[in-house]
Each structure stands twice: as C-alpha cells, then as structure tokens.
Design a protein around this ligand. Structure first.
Ligand SMILES: *Cc1c(COP(=O)(O)O)cnc(C)c1O
Length: 432
C-alpha cells in the first residue's frame, strides 16, 4: 500500500506508510491519501465485534507491506481501546466519541499516531520532537498520547490567557517528555512559531522535528474505525445505512466517514455541522471555496476559516458541492446557547458546544419533516466547556474520571515570549 499527495494525483512520488506518518504534510504542501481503497464486503468483518477488532481488519489494507503491518493488532489494542457508547435522542442516536483520556474525539487519532511512531524505530538517532500549537483540545490529546513514549519529546505551545483554567491544566499536567510553553501571544503566534521551526533548514539539520496536527495520516485514518463500527452495528440490526451529522472544523473527522462511504460502506448522508465560521456551508451554497480568517465562537475547537482537510474532500469528492448526500449548515453562538439550554429537557442530554451544532442540525431536519434515523457525533465531554455549559443549564456538571485524573496531576509550564529565537533555543536544549 502506498500514499500520494493530493497535489500529485499521477502518483509520481508515492511514499510508504511510515514516511507519510513522519512527514505529516507532503513536501509539495499537499495531504497524503491512499492510492487505493478496499471495497466494502460485510463478510470480511464477520466475527469482529470490538472497535480494536474491526479497526484491525479495516486498517490492514492501509498497513499492507509496511514494516508496521505485523504490529497493527497491537497498535489497535493499545490506541483504540476506548468505549464509544450510543445514546438515544429524538429517534436518533448520539455517538459519544469522548471517552478517551482527554475527553475529546482527538484521543483516537493522537493515540493511534503515538502508537505507530513509537514502533518505527531508528536506532541511534536523536529523539523526535513533536511540535503542537493548540487552542485547547489537540494539545491535551497529543500530550496525553505521547506522554512517556520512548524516543519522543513533545513541545506544546498555547496562548496565555486564551484557554479556560481547566483546559490549561490539561495542557500543563504531563511533565517527563512533555514541555508546555505558555506563549505571551495569540494562537496564531503559536502556530507561526511551529510553522517557522518546521520550515527552518538550519534547525532541521540537527533536530528531528515533526508536527502532529490533524492532517497527519496517522490521525486521520483511525477515525474511520468508529464509523465502521457504527455502520456495521446498524447493518447487523437491519437499520442501515448510517446517516451522519458531524460537528466540523478542519474536516478531519468527517473526511474519515467519507473515506468509508467512497469505499462502498453503507453510509448515506454526511452532514457537516459548523459554527458561524461559514467557509464550508458557503461552499455548499455557492460551489466556490473561499478560505477566510477564523473568528472566535463558543464552539472554539471548530473556529476554522480554511479547513485543513479540504484538499482531501476535493480529492475524494470532486463534485462535493453538488452531491445531494453531502450538506453543511452553520449555527451562531446564540443558536448553540439555546440548544444547550433546552437539551436537558428536550433530549435528556447535555451536549458540549460543538455537539450542540449537530443537535441544532437534527432539530432543523425534524422541523422540516425528516423522520429518518440519524447518528450524531458527540466530539467532547460537556464538562470540558463548563464555563459555557453550566450557566446555560443552571447546574454543575459531573466531571468525568479522565478529567478528574488530569486535575489531580500537578501542572507546570514555562511562560515564553512569541519570539522565534527564544523558541529555537528551547528546542536546541531538548536535543541533549
Ligand atoms: C477538533 C474538534 C472538532 C472539529 O473536528 P475537525 O476534525 O477539525 O472537523 C469538533 N469538536 C471538538 C470538540 C473538537 O475538539
């Protein structure tokens, strides 16, 4: 199995799995995609019940002939052993993807990438240094996933004062091989420092820098596994196809479902529920893609103006804008707040602000007379966004055990300026 860049569809420069995982972005600036997809065959999954079992069969195609192939079972068991309960609401179900160590769906991808990279050994080489700029969820998931992995250092950068106290704790509570930098600046400053370092030939001459952002193939592919489980479950009880509503920012999570759909899985509609950053909804309205600056909303993990996985959508669905099975809707903060406020009474459910966008879209479908069974992704635990959710529902949320465990760890971070020279001296000090 080989992978090519979305900007190299003639396949002139194919790479193997390990190379795609270590590169993140392809050298031409495109995103790695597989050169072939395994056609769905339900009999191939007979006897596979658990997420790690189903994942192993699904992903074996992509791992074929890679040095990691014999390790796939171990990787799936180690990284994907996370429960994914289905909770019924309003003739639909909520697929809770937030029962991993940092209570957001990003745990699946981050843990899978960490398991893969820690098994790609390069003897006698200096440690890999993973750089993550974060406005919240990603940094915690990556830090938790790589914590104490041999041969790997993690540097998390987050903007001082721009994340909630609970989120800051989730970024600062690791230690060991994880360094957390509290940057006096904005999220864009954090991202600029990481991008500059990754593109710095002098630095890369003696440091093995890597990014772990959501375009990495090792984070993208494993997200297909929970959709595979959900589709098989519905198929086995005679309720196929799967109809999905996915809270969407960079399109990573939703693109994993579209990968299965393209391979013939019983998946019908895929709807992208967005906040008031309207790049995707406007693309589906007008057919023209127009990236724009992101603006802040209360569903902040989806504050994206240029979805980084858009090239994968173009590659897989060149006619996405006119495909009747693909749709997208935008919801402003006011709507998100009103959905959260009534959800306990209307649905006996408390969503995070991102999941609330998915519920808003379901409510719009129901109001238009759609009675079909939909599957909504819940992408984070509401207690991660307690400052938004608790005042709206008028009560305190129980904190899940995973967040509780993080809160009990001591937190530590260094405050640094947004200056590139200061950042590079920290990176250099890690090499020893
Ligand atoms: C990252 C994130 C999203 C958006 O996922 P994409 O893959 O970027 O579309 C939605 N909800 C939560 C809670 C997230 O952390």
């Amino acid at each position: 199995m080989q992978f090519v860049s979305t900007r190299d569809l003639q396949g002139l420069r194919p790479v193997v799995l390990a190379e795609a995982l270590e590169a993140g972005l392809a050298p031409d600036g495109g995103l790695y995609v597989p050169t072939s997809l395994p056609e769905f065959d339900s009999s191939y999954y007979e006897g596979a019940e658990t997420l790690p079992d189903i994942a192993q069969r699904l992903l074996s195609h992509f791992f074929a002939r890679s040095p990691l192939e014999p390790q796939l079972a171990g990787i799936c068991e180690e990284a994907l052993d996370i429960p994914v309960p289905s909770v019924p609401i309003d003739s639909a179900e909520v697929l809770e993807l937030f029962h991993g160590p940092t209570s957001a769906f990003k745990d699946f991808g981050a843990r899978f990438l960490a398991s893969c990279l820690s098994r790609i050994s390069h003897e006698n080489e200096s440690p890999r240094i993973i750089l993550v700029a974060t406005s919240g969820d990603t940094g915690a998931a990556v830090a938790a996933a790589f914590h104490k992995k041999a041969g790997i250092q993690v540097v998390v950068l987050y903007p001082e004062g721009k994340v909630s106290a609970r989120q800051a704790h989730g970024l600062e509570c690791w230690g060991d091989n994880v360094r957390t930098l509290r940057v006096a600046g904005t999220f864009d400053d954090c991202q600029r420092l990481v991008k500059e370092a990754l593109a710095d030939p002098v630095l890369r001459g003696h440091l093995r820098l890597l990014s772990a952002n959501s375009i990495n193939l090792g984070r993208w592919l494993p997200q297909a596994t929970y959709y595979a489980c959900a589709a098989l479950r519905l198929l086995r009880i005679g309720r196929a196809p799967l109809r999905l509503i996915v809270p969407t920012g960079n399109l990573g999570n939703a693109m994993a479902a579209l990968l299965l759909r393209k391979a013939g899985w019983p998946i019908a509609e895929v709807a992208f529920a967005c906040n008031s950053n309207r790049t995707l909804p406007d693309f589906f309205l007008s057919g023209t893609y127009e990236a724009r600056p992101a603006h802040a909303t209360i569903a902040n993990a989806m504050d994206v103006g240029a979805p980084s996985n858009f090239e994968r959508l173009r590659w897989l669905y060149p006619d996405a804008a006119t495909d009747p099975a693909l749709l997208s809707q935008s919801f402003d903060d006011e709507r998100i707040r009103s959905v959260i406020a009534v959800a306990p009474r209307r649905h006996s459910y408390v969503p995070c602000p991102h999941t609330a966008c998915a519920i808003a879209l379901l409510e719009d479908f129901r109001a238009a007379g759609d009675r079909r069974f939909w599957t909504l992704c819940a992408t984070a635990h509401p207690a991660k966004f307690e400052t938004v959710v608790e005042p709206l529902i008028g009560e305190a949320l129980a904190v899940p055990q995973s967040i509780e465990a993080m809160l009990h760890r001591p937190a530590r971070a260094e405050t640094v300026s947004a200056d590139y020279t200061e950042f590079t001296s920290i990176l250099r000090s890690l090499a020893h």
